[in-house]
Design a protein around this ligand. Structure first.
Ligand code: ATP
Ligand code: MG
Length: 394
C-alpha cells in the first residue's frame, strides 16, 4: 500500500473551455509547494488531481499542510492506493481508516468503479465492505443519510483508492490565473487580510509600503515583511516595494490645510502606487479599506482618493465588520503581528479634526501648493525592492 493525495478542484470545474489552463496552473502551484518535501507524480484524471509521492517515507503530514494553503482546491483527501483485490481492499480499509472509524458512530460506504473489468459492481463492493467494517468495528452502525464518515472506494485503472472524509481546501482560484495586482500594505490588521482575499481570487501579488523614517522605524518595516511572509504562504512570491514617503508627508504638513492632510496623503499614495504597479504589469491596486471605519474611509473621502486612480482599486473589505476581518487575520496568522505597536506613516502628523466631507474641488485647490511631479519622481526613484516568499519554507 502507498499513500497518495486526491484533490478536488472546486470552482475550476465550472470553467468550461478554460478549464485545462486553470488546472495546469493549479498543478504547477501544487508541484512548487511540495518541492521542498518530495518529488511527486501529479496527474489530472477526470475532476481529480492525483498526487503520488515518488520518494521513500514522504512526510505526508507536511504535504497536507502545504496543500491546505493552495488556492483553487475545494477539498482533498489522503488516500491509500492498493491492489485491486477484494481481500487486500478489505484489510487496507480496516487498517488505514482505523482512527476515523473509531471516532465515528455512523458510516456508509460509497464505491466507484471506473475499471469495469473489476469482478464486483459498485453496490456489491459497498455491501462487502459494509459487512467487513461492521465486523471489525462493532461500535459503529450504518447511516446512509447523514453518516459521520463516508468510506470511499474508487476502483481505477491501476489501483484502488481508499479514503475517508474530505479535508477542506483553501478554496478560490489558482494564484496567477486572474493576473497580478499590487496590494497597498500597512502594518495594520486590514491590508494583509485584503491581500489574502484577492490572492484567493487568483491574483499574483506585488506589495507597496510607504515608510516615513525617522517617524516610522525599521521595526515597523520589519513588521510588514513578517505580515507578507504569512500572506505568501498562500499567495506564493510577493515583490515588496518600500517607498520613501517622509519628504512628501512633511510637504503636505507644511504647505496644505491641516484638515485635508489625510486625504491629500492618500491621494499621493495612490498616484505613486499606480506608477509602481504599472511598472510591474499589475492590473489593479488592492487596499484594506472598510466603509466608515475611520475618517479617511467615508464614502466622500474614498471618492476623493478614487478620483486620482486610473486603474481599478479592489477593496475586498469594504462591506465587512472589524470582527469578521479579525477572524480571517487570526486564521491566516497575521493578527498577532498586526497588533504589535509600531507607527505607520498614516498615524504620523494626523490632524486632530480631519474633514469628514471633503469636496474634490477643495482638495485639488490645496494640492496646488505641492510640486507634485518632482515629489512623485523622487519617491518612485527611491523605492527599495524586497522579494518575500515563505510558501516553500517548511
Ligand atoms: P490597515 O489595518 O490595513 O492598516 P486601517 O484600518 O488602519 O488599515 P488606514 O490606515 O486608513 O486604515 O489605511 C487604509 C488602507 O490604506 C490600508 O488598508 C492600506 O491598504 C493602505 N495603507 C495605509 N497605510 C499604508 C502604508 N504605510 N503603506 C501602504 N499602504 C497603506
Ligand atoms: Mg492602518
Amino acid at each position: 500500500m502507498k499513500e497518495i493525495i486526491l484533490i478536488k478542484n472546486g470552482e475550476i470545474a465550472l470553467k468550461g473551455l478554460n478549464r485545462s489552463t486553470f488546472e495546469d496552473a493549479l498543478v504547477k502551484n501544487i508541484k512548487r509547494r511540495l518541492s521542498p518535501l518530495f518529488s511527486a507524480d501529479i496527474k489530472k484524471s477526470q475532476s481529480t488531481i492525483v498526487i503520488t509521492p515518488l520518494s521513500e517515507n514522504p512526510d505526508m503530514d507536511k504535504a497536507v499542510e502545504q496543500i491546505s494553503r493552495v488556492f483553487g482546491i475545494a477539498g482533498f483527501s489522503r488516500a491509500a492506493a492498493c491492489e485491486k483485490d477484494m481481500d487486500v481492499i478489505r484489510s487496507v480499509t480496516v487498517d488505514y481508516l482505523r482512527d476515523q472509524l473509531l471516532d465515528a458512530r455512523t458510516f456508509k460506504v460509497e464505491a466507484k468503479r471506473s475499471d469495469k473489468t473489476f469482478p464486483l459492481k459498485s453496490p456489491e463492493i459497498c455491501m462487502e465492505l459494509g459487512a467487513t467494517i461492521l465486523q471489525n468495528y462493532p461500535h459503529i452502525s450504518v447511516d446512509v443519510h447523514n453518516p459521520d464518515i463516508v468510506v470511499n472506494i474508487e476502483v481505477r485503472e491501476q489501483y484502488t483508492y481508499i479514503h475517508g472524509n474530505q479535508i477542506r481546501g483553501a478554496g478560490g482560484m489558482p494564484v496567477g490565473t486572474s493576473g497580478r495586482a499590487a496590494v497597498m500594505i500597512s502594518g495594520g490588521i486590514d491590508s494583509p487580510v485584503a491581500a489574502y482575499m484577492m490572492s484567493r481570487r487568483g491574483l499574483s501579488l506585488d506589495a507597496i509600503h510607504f515608510a516615513s523614517p525617522p517617524y516610522t522605524s525599521a521595526r515597523a518595516e520589519q513588521k510588514v515583511h513578517e505580515l507578507l511572509g504569512k500572506v505568501s504562504k498562500y499567495s506564493g512570491t510577493i515583490n515588496l516595494m518600500v517607498v520613501p514617503f517622509t519628504e512628501i508627508q512633511e510637504h503636505i504638513k507644511d504647505d496644505c490645510p491641516e484638515d485635508l492632510f489625510t486625504i491629500i496623503m492618500r491621494r499621493m499614495m495612490v498616484r505613486i502606487a499606480q506608477e509602481l504597479a504599472e511598472r510591474q504589469g499589475d492590473g489593479a491596486l488592492i487596499t484594506g479599506e472598510s466603509l466608515a471605519q475611520v475618517a479617511s474611509q467615508t464614502m466622500r473621502a474614498i471618492g476623493c482618493t478614487d478620483a486620482v486612480a486610473t486603474m481599478p482599486v479592489f477593496r475586498p473589505l469594504i462591506g465587512m465588520d472589524k470582527n469578521d476581518i479579525v477572524e480571517i487575520s487570526r486564521k491566516i496568522d497575521t493578527f498577532e503581528i498586526s497588533i504589535q505597536p509600531y507607527e505607520d506613516c498614516c498615524t504620523v502628523f494626523t490632524p486632530k479634526h480631519p474633514r469628514l466631507r471633503p469636496t474634490l474641488d477643495d482638495v485639488i485647490e490645496a494640492e496646488k501648493a505641492l510640486d507634485m511631479d518632482a515629489l512623485i519622481k523622487r519617491a518612485v526613484d527611491g523605492v527599495k525592492l524586497i522579494v518575500i516568499d515563505k510558501s516553500i519554507e517548511i
